[in-house]
Design a protein around this ligand. Sequence first.
Ligand SMILES: *Cc1c(COP(=O)(O)O)cnc(C)c1O
Length: 385
Amino acid sequence: MEPIPLVHASLGVRELAAVAEVFASGWPAGQGPRGKALEARLAEKYGVGDAVTASNCGAALHLALLALGVEPGDEVIVADYTFPAPAQAVRYVDAVPVFADVRADTGTVAPQAVADLISPRTVGVIAVDTLGIPADYTELQAIADRHGLFVVEDAACAVGATYQGRQAGALAEVSCLSFHGRKGATSGEGGALLARDPRIGADARLRSSFGIGSIFDLGKVVGLPIPEFTEIGYNYKLSDIAAAILQVQLGRIEELLARRDAVAAQYAELLADEELLTLPYVPEDRTHAWQSYVVTLDAGVDRSAVAAELRGQGIGCGQGAWATHVQPVFLSEQRCPVSADLFARNLAIPMHAELTSNQVERVAGALRGAVRAHSAATVSAGGAA
Ligand SMILES: *Cc1c(COP(=O)(O)O)cnc(C)c1O
C-alpha cells in the first residue's frame, strides 16, 4: 500500500522560480535584499515594531532572551509540553528553566501554574502555541504585568493561527516563528523574531550577524568603513535563498491552512465517536494552525503497539510533543503531571496540506482498528475467552 507520511512540506515550482532569481542575483547569503524585503513584509503582516529573520526558531529564542537582558541565574518559566526548544534557549544564556504544567485539554501552558511558580528570581515566561494552538495570552499577560515579567510567544507551530481575533506571532511583546520543514510555512530551515519594541529587534539583528550588521549594506557604503567587533555575536542569519522561498510561502498560508483545516475537520468527523480517543480541542476564542494533528489515546491503549501497527501499514505517526521536565539534560526534580500524561498518551497522525480525503479515511480507519485491537479492554476480553 502507498505510504502516507506524517509530514510533507508543500514546496513547488513557484518556490523554485524564486530560488532561481536569487541565484541570478549573485547574493545568496543573509541580510541581503531578499532578507530585508521579507523582514519588512513580516513586520507589516504582524503589525510589530520590527521583524528579524533568523536561521531557525531556536536561534530566534536565543536572540530574544539576550535582547530581553536575561542573565545567568535568572529564572524563566517555560511551558512544559512542547518541542523542548524554549528550555534549551534558557540554558543557552545560563539561566534556569522552570517548568510550568499545561492544560489537559489544549496542552498549552496553564496560567495558574505559571502564577504559582513565580519567585524573586523570575524574569519572564515563554509560552508556547502548542502544536499550533495559541496559549492563554490574556491571562498570561495579566500575570506577567502584575510581576513585571516579560512574555515571549513561541509561535513556532502557529503561523496562521489566531487568538481572540489576533494573529499568533503577535500575541506577546516578542514572538518567535519557525520555518522548519515540518511547520505551516517553510524554507527547509528558518525562523524569525517579531518584536513590538524596535530596540529589541535591532539588538537581535546585530547579534545574529556576529555583532557587525549587514555585510551586504557595508559593501554599498562609499569609502571603506571597517566595522569593529565590540560584542560576541552569532551567525544566526537566514540566507536570501530561504527568504525568497518564504516570500512565496507567506502568500500561500491561507491556501495551505485551508487544506489542513479540511483534514482536521475530516478526522474529527470520522473519529468523533471513538471512545478510546480524545480529539484535539479548540476553544472558541482561537483557531488552530494544525502543525500537527495529535490525538490522546485512552489510558488502557498500548500506544507503541498502535504506532507499530500504523507504521506497518505505511502510515506515519509520532508521539507529538515532549514533556520537557523529564528530559535528562535538564536534571529537573519538578513535576508536571498533566504534561507527563500527554507525553505518555498522545499520538500524532499524518497532517499536511497534501493529504487527500482518501488518505485521511485510510488513516482514520487504521487508527480506529489499531486502538481497538490494542486496548486493555480488548486484551482482557480476549484473554478471558
Ligand atoms: C519546531 C519548534 C521549535 C524549533 O524550531 P526550529 O526552527 O527547528 O529551531 C521551537 N519551538 C517549538 C514549539 C517548535 O515546535
